[in-house]
Design a protein around this ligand. Structure first.
Ligand code: NA7
Length: 445
């Protein structure tokens, strides 16, 4: 029997474990599976931890999650086709749930799947290299330091790419009297109450961390963008200026001449695709983009088609795209789908990459990633889900954000699986300070 190593039990790792389990339920013979996770529990990025830096074993903390994080996209765009929100919660819930609710949903499907038996927790993969037609995988148990070396026919890298921060440096940082941190280490916006906060970046972390600081009482929030401003209608107390030039004492000086006294600087400057455990010729090297090169169908490593990556794209679509990828990878591993010649593979990758390079705005990007997801979905037996409706939801969501960045989370969307329409939440996001599942699930306060 063939043997598969899965690295990571976050949403992507759980998707492929689920995919194999679903095949087994249908009576198919599945490979032997070992899933490695360096955390003590499953859920990946959706686990909150107060820890930053390294853990009690000296291993880097992967968690980038912070308190009070609410979904920044409609849950209807990420719903699993084979395990709906209505099924999990027993009733329709609003479209933008906080972290704990989404984590409960992701883990709800995992718990229903009997897949925990495959996962070795607290186990760090330290080395993966080719060995003939196989891979040699070395892992280390964090608790007893036991090192294990095993051979696998396939390796699936599902270790995520929002865990290792990209940290730039600006003149004056060493003498800045306040706190400087990356969004990876941001845990609680309360810390910045009554403070003048500088946020650097112009993507999802910058947008949300800046709004969090505003919501929890920062004195001012100044966002410095490098290339393109997000351009939302920011509320009074928030502004967007061009790129930080330098710091002089506590004064931040921006490229457009703007100056702002600062108590804290939060670098929302993105993450590195970082795979220190992979030998060089197996390593995906890319910035955060919608179609990283060298991945056939966005998942299979061009130079060794027995190695797979899940969820390495920049993302509009998330959990159900990970599912489409996972089902596809499962079928490649189980030889239900055959790969074409190396020339066709190279052409397929080149076509997608060149299409991606021509994209000009978020709506085109949504179309591109929807087309990519549907392309995989059409090849596998993932249950019915209306990706066309999801595409429309993303369009609406973009529109809502442009209209009102503070209130876009108060809207309702319909399920692409069940048609169920989300109720409006009892409290507007801006006033909802308590993000607990208990409070969220109450229908009226
Ligand atoms: P992203 O989406 O990869 O964005 C990284 C941002 O960092 C982007 O706006 C970059 O600006 C900016 N950046 C990078 N280097 C710098 C420097 N040196 N100075 C200023 N700004 C810089 O990462 P996020 O953390 O925002 O989002 C990650 C995921 O978290 C996201 O998909 C959500 O699902 C949640 P650029 O655009 O290149 O000018």
């Amino acid at each position: 029997m063939s043997k598969v190593a899965i690295i990571g039990s976050g949403p992507c790792g759980l998707s492929i474990l689920r995919a194999f389990q679903q095949a087994e339920i249908k009576g198919e013979k599945i490979p032997e599976i070992v899933c490695f996770d360096k955390q003590s529990d499953w859920g990946g990025l959706w686990n909150y931890s107060w820890r930053t830096g390294s853990d009690q074993y000296g291993v880097t903390v992967p968690n980038s999650m912070y308190r009070y994080l609410w979904s920044n996209g409609p849950k209807e765009c990420l719903e699993f086709a084979d395990y709906t929100f209505d099924e999990h919660f027993g009733k329709p819930i609003p479209s933008f749930p906080p972290r704990e609710v989404l984590q409960d949903y992701i883990l709800g499907r995992a718990k229903n799947s009997e897949i925990k038996k495959y996962i070795r927790f607290d186990t760090l993969v330290t080395n993966v290299k080719e060995n003939g037609n196989q891979f040699s995988v070395t892992s280390k148990n964090k608790i007893d330091n036991k090192i294990t070396n095993e051979f696998f026919d396939n390796v699936v890298v599902a270790s995520g790419h929002f865990s290792v921060p990209f940290i730039p440096e600006y003149d004056g940082m060493n003498s800045f009297p306040g706190r400087i941190l990356h969004s990876h280490d941001f845990r609680d916006a309360e810390e910045f109450r009554n403070k003048n906060v500088i946020v650097l970046g112009s993507s999802y972390s910058a947008e949300d961390v800046a709004l969090q600081c505003y919501k929890y009482g920062a004195k001012s929030v100044t966002i410095g963008y490098r290339n393109n401003a997000m351009g939302f209608k920011w509320p009074t107390g928030m502004k967007e200026v061009h790129y930080l030039d330098k710091l002089e004492g506590k004064k931040a000086i921006f490229k457009d001449g703007h100056t702002q006294d600062a108590d804290a600087i939060i670098l929302c400057t993105g993450y590195l695709h970082h795979f220190p455990f992979l030998e060089e010729n197996l390593k995906l090297k890319t910035h955060n983009r919608l179609y990283p090169p060298k991945l056939y169908k966005g998942v299979a490593w061009q130079d060794n088609l027995n190695l797979f990556y899940l969820g390495m794209q920049d993302q509009f679509h998330t959990f159900n795209m990970f599912d489409a990828q996972a089902w596809y990878v499962r079928d490649l591993i189980m030889n239900k789908i055959q790969t074409p010649s190396s020339e066709e593979i190279a052409k397929d990758i080149a076509d997608w990459v060149s299409k991606e390079e021509k994209l000009e705005d978020p709506l085109q990007m949504i179309d591109f990633q929807t087309e990519y997801t549907v392309n995989l979905y059409n090849e596998v037996d993932y249950p019915k889900i209306d990706f066309e409706l999801i595409r429309k939801h993303f369009y609406q969501w973009e529109h809502d954000k442009v209209e009102d960045i503070v209130n876009y989370r108060n809207k309702s969307f319909s399920s692409a699986v069940t048609g169920s329409v989300a109720p409006i939440h009892h409290t507007n996001w801006l006033e909802a300070m308590d993000d607990s599942m208990d409070t969220f699930m109450k229908t009226k306060l």
